[in-house]
Design a protein around this ligand. Structure first.
Ligand SMILES: NC(=O)c1ccc[n+]([C@@H]2O[C@H](COP(=O)([O-])OP(=O)(O)OC[C@H]3O[C@@H](n4cnc5c(N)ncnc54)[C@H](O)[C@@H]3O)[C@@H](O)[C@H]2O)c1
Ligand SMILES: [Zn+2]
Ligand SMILES: [Zn+2]
Length: 378
């Protein structure tokens, strides 16, 4: 089959690789109908992780089951399914407690597994024609048959549940307000989720004009951080109080207004802008090893973070990979009911062969490439 293969910094190719097959009775093989490129893939693409050449990328996958192992009970050949980006076993302590982003068995020595991602286990990605899904009964979410809402359901593998998780970690209640830092697909999904959960006002901070426009189109208040300190802009609009909560949807490659990287910029802005006793949900990625970090400390994931201020204000903070399975079924139901259409973030549909070009353009944050979905079966 054909697949998107990482070759080294700033290079992916579409290559012929071995077809996946059933390796265990609990596996299924899925023919991929839609697979999305993610900001998380860019960290690897830019050489900002310890990823080695040869990884098949792709953790945002959906498609049709074409083969099922003899132990699979709830999923059949022909089912249309979405797979959380997390690979999880379903029986370890963290899985039993719904913390499927931190499964203890699928990636020995590490809490958490994923498809097509450095350090997340041996699972090949789905930017390919086919994908092997282990523990299929646990890792496949059934979708209505057909092709309706394809791009909406494609957002269930990662960014919709991840954005939702960012807000859920804050404990936002209806009528509260929130700051979302980052207007990439994850930040837009966090803003969208906050609105679904009844937030009174959502500020979304970025500097990319089409992302700020999208934020405005869903009812969020766009804040352009290249036009001045975002904390001051939000304090201005909230009578100096700040917001009840905040979400970091940027991570360690955050930049200052001038464009230079400042790994702790977003975390520190949130500590400033969230009111005392509020909460911060961090879904933007932070790594323990960054080979391209701007300084030695951040190379080890040690940032100059305002922990004193965090404590003084009594802020709470949640972090980590999103536990997609905690949310995907319910968010699917919202899509089925016509109450959520997360595909508003999708900016382009392309065949698998267009992936190398799409990665380049997405990496340059070119307009129209903010959320690319690939259609390997087309
Ligand atoms: N926790 C999880 O489970 C999970 C899942 C998916 C993605 N992620 C991570 O979430 C982050 C966002 O993903 P994405 O696909 O939206 O990425 P993206 O790169 O498309 O978006 C990041 C956005 O942040 C903006 N930004 C940079 N510096 C900023 C600053 N100082 N203030 C405000 N905005 C700033 C950029 O302009 C960009 O639009 C990435 O780090 C990704 O790895 C985490
Ligand atoms: Zn992703
Ligand atoms: Zn587990």
């Amino acid at each position: 089959m054909r697949a998107v293969v990482y070759q080294g910094p700033h290079e992916v190719t579409v290559e012929q690789v071995e077809d996946p097959r059933i390796e265990h009775p609990d596996d299924v093989v899925v023919q991929i109908t839609t697979t999305a490129i993610c900001g998380s893939d860019l960290h690897m693409y830019e050489g900002r992780t310890l990823a080695e050449p040869g990884i098949v990328f792709g953790h945002e996958n959906m498609g049709t089951v074409v083969e099922a192992g003899t132990g699979v009970r709830g999923i059949r050949v022909g089912d249309r399914v979405s797979m959380p980006f997390n690979v999880a076993c379903g029986y370890c302590r963290n899985c039993r407690e719904q913390k499927t982003g931190f499964c203890l068995t699928v990636n020995p020595g590490f809490a958490g597994g994923a498809y097509g991602y450095v350090a997340m286990g041996p699972y090949r990605g789905g930017q390919a024609e086919y994908l092997r899904v282990p523990f299929a009964d646990f890792n496949c979410l059934k979708l209505p048959p057909g092709t309706e809402h394809e791009n909406d359901y494609a957002m269930l593998a990662d960014i919709f549940p991840t954005g939702y998780h960012g807000v859920a970690m804050t404990g936002l209640r209806p009528g509260e307000n929130i700051t979302v830092m980052g207007g990439g697909p994850v930040g837009l999904m966090a803003a969208y989720s906050a609105i679904l959960m009844g937030a009174a006002e959502v500020f979304l901070v970025d500097r990319v004009p089409d992302r700020l426009r999208l934020a405005e189109s869903i009812g969020a208040t766009p804040i352009d951080f290249s036009a001045g300190d975002p904390v001051a802009q939000i304090l201005d609009r909230t009578d100096g109080v700040g917001t009840d909560h905040g979400v970091d949807a940027v991570g360690y490659q955050a930049t200052g207004a001038g464009g230079a990287e400042q790994p702790a910029a977003v975390l520190n802005s949130l500590v400033e802008v969230v009111r005392a006793t509020g909460a911060i949900g961090v879904v933007g990625l932070y790594l323990a090893n960054d080979p391209g970090a701007p300084d030695e400390h951040s190379g080890r994931g040690e940032l100059l973070f305002k922990v004193g201020k965090l404590f003084e204000k009594g802020l709470r903070m949640g972090t980590g990979q999103a536990n997609v399975k905690t949310y995907n079924e319910y968010l699917r139901n919202l899509i089925m009911a016509g109450r959520a259409t997360p595909s508003f973030v999708v900016s382009k549909e392309l065949p698998l062969d267009a992936a190398p070009d799409a990665y380049q353009r997405f990496d340059r944050r070119e307009a129209g490439y903010s959320k690319v979905v690939l259609k390997p079966a087309a």
